[in-house]
Design a protein around this ligand. Structure first.
Ligand SMILES: [Zn+2]
Length: 279
């Protein structure tokens, strides 16, 4: 084998998924190539650390069943996907498993960035695609999506924006709901701005996203993309609005939905402050 082949062979080799003759081929190369041997060794350490973390999570009574199962599935999938990444990006720093108050979260910043890039690309493309449902209230759009996707599709009620239409739209390898809005112009003669919201399932928590009012805003292709999570659902809002305007809009949305869901109107509301990044 030659060094370049290691990209393809590294994970099957570490997972012991080789026939004996293939294994001998790799091991012969590793015996004579210090660079590849080092790479295999480093990767083995990362995997061992992950497995220890996973075992710890499985043994920990504090981790709920769904999280434990999700973490195990997620670990396998990450290992499968990892061979597509450049080695340098696969450093231990990029693949962090953090224990947060007994719950487990796999933090993959570069995975989120790939979803951000894809959302921006598809949002730009969406003007050329027809809606599958248009001129409908949010409730009607939610009904329309019901049963068409494996996850629920709560349609965000965005302040000062009108829902224009929706369709099913893949995002990376996942089926997603795509909901399009137009903002109400603040001044006369101004055009409304287009906003697209992708809603997709991420029960395995492969994406680093937090519940509102915490929101991450990244940019790609001239668009700002806000990412947040509601349980097993992840939202990506794509727009050419400024980051500050997007944050303000989501803050207002969150405030009004809290008001709507408040058990008693007389109860004092918890003040909301924007949180951009939780370490
Ligand atoms: Zn080599």
């Amino acid at each position: 084998m030659i060094c370049q082949e290691l990209d393809r062979l590294l994970y099957p080799y570490l997972d012991g998924e080789f026939q004996p003759e293939e294994r001998i081929d790799v091991e012969t190369h590793l015996a004579t190539c210090a660079a590849c041997a080092r790479r295999v060794e480093q990767e083995r350490h990362v995997q061992q650390a992950l497995r220890r973390a996973a075992r710890h999570a499985v043994q920990s009574r504090r981790a709920p069943d769904s999280l434990r199962a999700g973490l195990q599935v997620g670990l396998r999938r990450e290992q499968r996907r990892a061979h597509q990444l450049q080695w340098l990006r696969m450093s231990a720093a990029a693949l962090v498993v953090a224990c947060v108050g007994g719950g487990w979260v796999a933090l993959r910043p570069e995975e989120r960035q790939r979803f951000v890039e894809d959302a921006a690309r598809r949002h730009a493309k969406s003007t050329r695609l027809p809606y599958e449902i248009a001129n409908a209230a949010p409730e009607r759009v939610e009904q329309w999506f019901h049963g068409k996707l494996e996850h629920r599709v709560p349609v965000p009620r965005l302040p000062n924006a009108q829902l224009s239409g929706a369709r099913i739209f893949n995002l990376k390898d996942r089926d997603a709901a795509y909901i399009s809005y137009e903002t109400q112009p603040s001044k006369e003669g101004e055009a409304g701005r287009r906003i697209g919201v992708f809603v997709f399932g991420d029960a395995e928590r492969q994406l680093d996203a937090k519940a509102l009012p915490s929101v991450e805003v990244d940019s790609s292709d001239g668009y700002n993309v806000a990412v947040w999570r509601d349980g097993e659902i992840v939202y990506e809002l794509v727009s050419d609005l400024d980051e500050a305007d997007i944050r303000q809009m989501l803050l207002e949305k969150e405030r009004s939905s809290r008001l709507a869901n408040a058990p008693r109107p007389s109860e004092p509301l918890i003040p909301i402050s924007p949180v951009s990044h939780v370490p």
